[in-house]
Design a protein around this ligand. Structure first.
Ligand SMILES: Cc1cc2nc3c(=O)[nH]c(=O)nc-3n(C[C@H](O)[C@H](O)[C@H](O)COP(=O)(O)OP(=O)(O)OC[C@H]3O[C@@H](n4cnc5c(N)ncnc54)[C@H](O)[C@@H]3O)c2cc1C
Length: 284
């Protein structure tokens, strides 16, 4: 499989990259790790005259922690997310999730920005970012803005990002308490049949805060508000957990595909959500 011909650009600044996108409109597309875009181009499901490589732009690199705020540059690879011990200490759910993405070869190249901006319901980082209540920072011809991860996804492959905007970094507050990212997949290295990101904090026996988000159980990642409400204020007893799982499964809208029929996916969702909540409680 060979993609159609295109002009390759490798700007060294964000300003130059945005100028290229502005000049060439929807005939141009940025490439980060290339592990989603290039396969689509090889299959001729995507065709662009101009490819703008983001790898020489230093502003898009790096992981930093300032007080309780964590900032991750868009070009940080999944491999870096796994191997950065300071990040793993501050937000261990990031490493737990990144380790379940694809395989090491893909993770050496695939970036957090590409995973988030892609809008593929199968990508794992969007659900995780909703669980963390992250903010996505975008820069375009009209300046900078930020969008909450929970407001970013509109439909499969459609997001709040304008064509000429570049995702520069994500930021979120250091999560406390227990955490888990549980994922069911058909084989090693596969996308999720169902996955759940969970954060739980408690004081004594009482759940003081929770966050639950799902991957690949609808066209977009799902933040499960009713499930959170079922847990917060409870003693995290079996009845409360069952109510939370049921509320989370209720909002799923999976479609039938080669990962199984709808009823099967909803069943797997229930198992995975329960598993993630139990693990997060055990670590809280
Ligand atoms: C065999 C295989 C298995 C995989 N399994 C999984 C899996 O289990 N879970 C998972 O989550 N992913 C999986 N992936 C996807 C992989 O993690 C990709 O790397 C990732 O989804 C896209 O990141 P990228 O950096 O490669 O982006 P690219 O492919 O370069 O770009 C993807 C899209 O995002 C846009 N984009 C990229 N960066 C930016 C930016 N900074 N600002 C604006 N737009 C941007 C591009 O224009 C493009 O439209 C798999 C990939 C392969 C090949």
């Amino acid at each position: 499989m060979i993609p159609g011909s295109f002009d390759y650009h490798r700007p060294s600044s964000l300003t130059a990259a945005i100028a290229l996108l502005s000049d060439h409109g929807d005939t141009a597309r940025v490439v980060a790790g290339g592990h989603s875009l290039i396969p689509m181009m090889k299959l001729r499901m995507a065709d662009f005259d101009h490819i703008v490589d983001l790898s020489a732009i230093s502003d898009l690199q790096g992981i930093s922690i300032d007080g309780s705020t964590i900032r991750i540059g868009a070009m940080v690879t999944q491999h870096e997310l796994i191997t950065n011990d300071v990040l793993a200490n501050a937000a261990p759910i990031i490493r737990e999730t990144a380790l379940q993405i694809a395989d090491p070869q893909v993770r050496y190249m695939g970036t957090i920005g590409g995973n988030i901006a892609n809008g593929d319901p199968g990508n794992d980082m969007p659900g995780l970012m909703q669980c963390l209540d992250a903010k996505f920072h975008l820069t375009g011809p009209n300046g900078e803005r930020s969008v909450a991860a929970r407001d970013f996804y509109e439909a499969a492959y459609f997001t709040a990002r304008e064509d000429e905007e570049i995702l520069t970094h994500v930021s979120f507050q250091t999560p406390g308490g227990g955490y888990a990212y549980a994922k069911q997949k058909r084989k090693i290295g596969d996308y999720a049949t169902a996955a759940a990101a969970v954060l739980i904090s408690r004081s004594g026996d009482t759940c003081t805060s929770a966050s639950i988000a799902l991957t690949n159980l609808a066209d977009i990642p799902l933040y499960c508000e009713a499930a959170v409400d079922a847990l917060v204020g409870s003693t995290l007893d079996d009845a409360a957990i069952k109510a939370a799982v049921s509320a989370a499964v209720d909002i799923t809208e999976p479609s039938e595909d080669n990962r199984g029929p709808i009823e099967f996916k909803k069943h797997v969702a229930g198992v995975i959500i329960r598993r993630a909540i139990d693990s997060a409680i055990a670590r809280a």
